[in-house]
Design a protein around this ligand. Structure first.
Ligand SMILES: [Zn+2]
Length: 136
């Protein structure tokens, strides 16, 4: 299970990312040809999914991305640091649960699995941020 949001049908979808950026995403659909396509916030690298017949590449962002590479690098670093802190906290929580794995209730196991997949998603987002940083 991924923590990424499934996107509703429609041509131009507008929404606010958790990084506060406003995104306008153009989604092409064709009956019988739609598959789950992933796309990312150009600012923070958060992943989203939508049913579409073509890869989703037309993403507009407001306000626009910072143009000064140094400013942008600082912004990316701060997103990355926040996510790394989140991963650390979640990892501590998962490790504590893992120590008493055999005594976990079904609900606790489900909770732990959800946290583990959240960690994976966050690590993927961190890697996207690292790539954005490297390309500047
Ligand atoms: Zn974002």
């Amino acid at each position: 299970m991924s923590n990424s949001a499934m996107f509703p049908y429609g041509e131009n979808n507008q929404f606010q990312c958790e990084c506060t950026a406003h995104l306008t995403v153009h989604i092409t659909k064709q009956d019988g040809h739609n598959e789950t396509e992933e796309f990312y916030c150009p600012r923070c690298g958060k992943d989203y999914k939508a049913r579409a017949s073509m890869p989703i590449s037309d993403i507009q962002i407001t306000p626009p991305l910072l143009t000064d590479p140094l400013d942008r690098k600082m912004e990316i670093s701060s997103y990355k640091n926040n996510l790394e802190r989140k991963v650390e906290d979640l990892s501590v929580e998962v490790a504590q649960m893992d120590q008493r794995r055999e005594t976990l209730s079904v609900d606790e196991q489900r909770y732990m699995n959800a946290k583990e997949s959240e960690i994976k998603d966050l690590q993927a987002q961190i890697n996207r941020l690292k790539n954005m940083f490297a390309r500047l």
